[in-house]
Design a protein around this ligand. Structure first.
Ligand code: NAP
Length: 314
């Protein structure tokens, strides 16, 4: 008999149906079903669930649940909600997502490196003027976070001849990427950074990591790309630095409230490029390969994939 694996999510119905279709195809020995279609009498038989922004009350009902597989890479809400439960949280680690993020980082670094916001302003004013050209190896790109996504993106930039450095909790040994750790390391890295790329999880330690003080360590005229989570940067402090031109431009893909409310002052700031959380989406095709491999391994070897460390929150 097939085991029931609930798909617990508040995604739109169409998306849920798409996930159910692809997951059932790749997990022929499981019955992946919408949570609302599971009988109460079956709750106690369930040991693994697949989630995307789940209703926490639904997850709690599964009293024998051992682990949940998120189909998203960022799991900060799950960590906060389930930190006191015994259930393990497995986040999505998908090489295709790493590739997509590296592509996005390269695209927006080049956008800033080749002064596109500046030329847009000139075009609006019908001004024909050249900015100085600076070679990529004369620019330093600093990464906040050198994990799955940060490492892939950092390597992509080294391949494109940029100077690259990064900051993480533990020291890294990544070819051509200078590694920094600790508060002093953060300051040292920011002081040499022309374009800062944020790819760090949102935790108690990283909330507003980039604030008025830390942002002022950046080189004068530096730019920022935030592809991590909105609350990594204090946006009021960022706007102050943008308005004083201490910071030249910010590309923001993530916000404390999403969708970004219409009344947000960020929309109108000419030194900000706003993106609707699109830098690296979950690809159902490749993500379902990762998820089904994890569940098959669990069934055959009783091995739960590497889960979030609740103490460090990521
Ligand atoms: P990851 O593999 O867990 O890497 C996290 C990195 O951050 C690691 O290098 C880690 O250091 C570092 N770090 C965490 N807390 C730290 C701290 N307090 N001080 C210093 N370094 C710290 O995560 P990932 O897969 O690269 O994803 C990063 C984030 O990207 C996700 O959490 C999510 O929020 C965001 N994301 C955004 C999108 C989008 O479309 N915009 C898509 C996917 C993910 P160590 O390596 O030393 O542990």
């Amino acid at each position: 008999m097939k085991s029931i694996v609930p798909f617990i999510s508040r995604l739109p119905k169409r998306d849920i149906n798409q996930w159910l279709k692809v997951l059932n195809k790749k997990l022929p020995r499981e019955k992946v079903v919408k949570f609302s279609n599971i009988k109460k009498s079956d709750y106690k038989n369930i040991d693994v669930a697949i989630v995307a922004n789940p209703e926490p009350a639904d997850v709690i009902k599964l009293v024998n649940l051992k682990w949940i597989q998120s189909i998203w890479a960022g799991v900060e809400k799950l960590v906060v909600r389930f930190k006191d439960e015994k259930v393990k949280i497995v986040r999505l680690v998908d090489p295709e997502m790493n590739r997509t993020m590296a592509e996005a980082v390269l695209s927006w670094v080049l956008y800033l490196h080749r002064d596109m916001p500046f030329y847009k302003v000139l075009q609006n004013k019908r001004i024909w003027k050249e900015a100085d050209y600076i070679k990529p190896f004369e620019k330093t790109i600093g990464f906040i976070g050198l994990g799955e996504l940060g490492k892939a993106a950092a390597l992509k930039l080294t391949q494109n001849n940029f100077n690259v450095c990064g900051w993480s909790a533990t020291k890294k040994n990544i070819s051509k990427v200078k590694s920094y750790t600790g508060q002093l390391g953060l300051k040292k890295m920011l002081k040499q950074t022309d374009i800062l790329v944020c790819l760090i999880p949102l935790t108690n330690k990283t909330k507003y990591l980039l604030n008025y003080k830390t942002l002022s360590y950046l080189k004068k005229g530096a730019s920022i790309i935030n592809f991590a989570r909105g609350a990594i940067i204090n946006s009021k402090d960022l706007v102050k630095h943008l308005n004083s031109r201490r910071i030249k431009h910010a590309v923001l893909d993530v916000f404390e409230r999403e969708p970004l409310p219409k009344e947000s002052i960020l929309w109108k700031n000419k030194n900000i490029t706003i993106l609707p959380h699109i830098s690296a989406h979950t690809d159902p095709g490749t993500a379902s390969d990762v998820v089904s491999k994890n569940i098959k391994l669990y069934r055959s070897k009783n091995r739960i994939p590497r889960s979030v460390n609740i103490v460090r929150s990521y």
